[in-house]
Ligand binder design. Structure first.
Ligand SMILES: Cc1cc2nc3c(=O)[nH]c(=O)nc-3n(C[C@H](O)[C@H](O)[C@H](O)COP(=O)(O)O)c2cc1C
Length: 352
């Protein structure tokens, strides 16, 4: 019988990056197979007024989005509804094309339902990705552009990389995400400092009125994460996305000593930081939670902790294409159980 468990057995016989390319080929072709695409959209894409939100002038049909790193080159946007996602974050794109780090650079920790990656912003470069985006923007789903500096751009010119990227993507995406939290570009996380954040958002706000989010790492202390996020918000950030992958290699048994961990092993760490961040920032800015989410209960606890939106990457690799639909349906059940008529009533309920 065709189940994702069976398909996963085949996909997991390949190296993770090869499996990703196979999935990318399938997802690129899916919209051309109209009956299958329509069947999957009907099955997985949850449309319900209780889940629909207008955030910063952007429409989100449901709260679950694809996290950055899966669709680095904007080649799979038209398949996202079939997977149930109401938003997708393209990238991370760099100004110039980049090969990324040496292979192998993606690993599975199957028992822990986790991944470890050291991709290093492999992408076709902002020019090519923008060309792809122009074909699909605007779209029925919401599109974010996640941007990062090139590996070989020295720190003193990093600001210019972000300037070039914002100019390139501001009119062909619904929102922009500044990524200075990947562990796989040497010294990138050093840019998570208040001086740079101030300069960055001052410059960015001059360039566009579109929402700009900052994505942060889970490996900072709560104090650092809060003060950095506050600084970003004061400098003009529209919200915070927490978190990227972690370099806490103690979270899985047979970890490599490089790259970043994602998936189930990251769930509590990401939630704990998110919760603390929300205590300080909920109501003052928009908060998006990502890291190890793979079921409705977990998504709902992030929502109650203050998340307006949820993002997912690794969970989908382990749970398959019906996961997002299930999560949205579970969230609807949990809303009903708590007596809420709309998701906005649950967002931050733990803090009220
Ligand atoms: C293979 C892989 C590549 C990733 N690439 C990026 C990236 O380019 N930019 C980014 O902001 N996050 C990237 N991420 C991080 C995810 O967007 C997300 O923040 C993280 O994986 C935690 O979510 P998850 O546990 O649901 O995967 C990547 C994650 C994985 C697994």
């Amino acid at each position: 019988m065709f189940t994702y468990e069976n398909l996963k057995k085949i996909l997991f016989m390949f190296q993770p990056e090869t499996a990703h390319h196979i999935s990318e080929c399938a997802l690129k072709s899916l919209p051309k197979i109209r009956f299958l695409n329509n069947y999957l959209v009907n099955k997985n894409f949850v449309v319900n007024t209780k889940l629909k939100q207008e955030i910063l002038g952007i429409s989100f049909i449901n709260p679950i989005g694809l996290a950055a790193g899966f669709d680095k080159n904007a080649t799979m946007i038209n398949s996202m509804m079939a997977l149930g996602f109401a938003s997708t974050e393209i990238g991370t794109m760099t100004p110039r094309p980049q090969d990324g780090n040496a292979k192998p650079r993606m690993f599975r920790h199957i028992n822990e339902k986790s991944l470890q990656n050291a991709m290093g912003f492999n992408n076709e470069g902002s020019f090519k990705v923008a060309k792809n985006l122009k074909k699909t923007y605007p779209n029925a789903i919401t599109i974010g552009a996640n941007i990062g500096k090139n590996k070989h751009t020295p720190e003193e010119f990093a600001l210019n990389d972000y300037k070039v990227l914002i100019e390139r993507f501001k009119d062909i995406s619904d929102y922009i995400v500044i990524n200075i939290s990947s562990p796989n570009t040497p010294n990138l996380r050093d840019l998570q400092n208040e001086t740079f954040i101030n300069e960055l958002f001052s410059m960015a706000k001059e360039l566009t009125k579109k929402p700009i989010f900052l994505k942060i790492a889970p490996d900072m202390s709560v104090e650092n994460a809060v003060s950095l996020s506050k600084c970003a918000v004061n400098a003009g950030a529209s919200g915070i996305i927490a978190t990227n992958t972690t370099i806490d290699y103690s979270l899985v048994k047979n970890s490599k000593d490089f790259g970043g961990l994602s998936g189930a092993c990251l769930s509590n760490k990401s939630y704990d930081l998110f919760k603390e961040l929300a205590k300080e920032l909920f109501g003052k800015t928009i908060l998006i939670s990502v890291g190890g989410i793979s079921n409705g209960q977990d998504a709902y606890r992030r929502i109650k902790a203050g998340a307006s939106l949820i993002q997912i990457f690794t969970g989908m690799i382990y749970e398959g294409p019906s996961m997002v639909g299930k999560i949205n349906k579970e969230v609807l059940e949990l809303l009903q159980k708590d007596g809420y008529n709309h998701i906005s009533q649950a967002i931050g309920a733990d803090l009220k």
